[in-house]
Design a binder for this molecule. Structure first.
Ligand code: SF4
Length: 321
């Protein structure tokens, strides 16, 4: 029988929202609101440059996610200047900034190269810290020791793309690493006390909804602080688009209503100590093929998820065992 955790003294994350929200958690820990300024520092990935494979992950087109100011031909400093300018025009309450090394695998290089790039970002007077997106197979002891030292002098969030807990899926999407590699990287980061997050995609080919839901148990047991979830978006011109047209029966593509039901069930089963940073991805419609959810922005989506959690009187971790 499911044991429901009744919340009589408030939620374990200490605020009234029905999930352990990143923005609130960040404010509680660091005492400020922050914006991320994306940077493309010209890295590659081992499954692109031939060291492990070519072509990259089958769903990948970084252009679909990179802001227009983000070009590797520009220095890190210039991308930060332009990114801050962009945010100041767009949002009145911009707060502080983190430099987000976002495109490709941002620890895929020597420690000297990483130190140069990260220090250039940190030398900007409005940058309070770093967010570093990478792959589980692009860290080693030397890099993690360096990141641990860096995390003692600035805010540092390390994000791993893991995408699926199933090796059959990781092979099919040409990730070039196993789930064991992901667990090893998370454990090595946790051992050093680095604030670590992971990214997962729901709807990858060959996975059933039941298998996706089962990932809530697996993820709940991982040594990480934060998660980002995305629904699969099929980006035009990728190998995934071809796979989708060739094998449509292998894809459980979510409509918005399906996804809303699924994500509620998922977070009810997710460890309440894990902070949720995103529920969905948001590539511009011109890049997409297949199911498109209309023009829902991230803040609207969060609002709709919170509304449904309220209607069902449920919350993150209610069914966590
Ligand atoms: S690791 Fe990331 S950037 Fe590299 S190919 Fe895969 S999705 Fe693209």
């Amino acid at each position: 029988m499911e044991v429901e955790k009744k919340i009589s003294d408030g939620y374990p994350w200490g605020h009234e929202r029905r999930f352990n929200a990143f923005a609130d958690n960040f404010r509680k820990i660091h005492g400020m609101r922050m914006q991320k300024v994306s940077i493309d520092a010209g890295f590659s990935c081992p499954n692109r440059d031939g060291s492990k494979g070519t072509g990259g992950c089958t769903y990948c087109n970084n252009k679909a996610f990179n802001p227009s100011y983000c070009l590797p031909s520009k220095s890190v400093s210039l991308q930060i200047e332009e990114g801050i300018e962009f945010h100041k025009k767009r949002y009145r309450k911009s707060g502080s900034y983190l430099a987000y090394f976002q495109a490709y695998s941002n620890t895929y290089g020597s420690v000297d190269k990483l130190a140069d790039l990260y220090n250039e970002a940190l030398s900007h007077n409005e940058i309070k810290g770093l967010v570093i997106g990478t792959r589980p197979d692009c860290v080693n002891d030397e890099i993690l020791d360096f990141l641990k030292d860096l995390s003692e002098r600035c805010i540092l969030l390390l994000d791993f793309g893991i995408e699926s807990c199933y090796d059959k899926t990781l092979v099919r999407i040409n990730r070039g690493h196993s789930f064991r590699d992901a667990v090893d990287a998370l454990e090595a980061s946790a051992k050093r006390g680095i604030d670590t997050g992971a990214h997962f995609i729901f709807g990858l080919p060959g996975e059933t909804r039941q298998e996706m839901l089962k990932e809530s148990e697996i993820i709940s047991g991982l040594p990480l602080q934060r998660v980002k979830f995305h629904q699969l978006q099929i980006i035009r011109g990728t190998a995934m688009e071809q796979d989708f047209y060739n094998n449509p029966a292998d894809f459980e593509i979510f409509t918005w209503n399906d996804y809303l039901d699924f994500i509620i069930k998922f977070i009810e089963r997710l460890n309440p100590n894990i902070v949720i940073e995103r529920f969905t991805g948001e590539a511009p419609p011109r890049f997409l093929t297949g199911e498109i959810w209309g023009r829902k922005r991230t803040d609207q989506i969060i609002g709709l998820i919170e509304k449904r959690l309220g209607e069902l009187d449920t919350w993150q971790g209610r069914l966590y065992k």
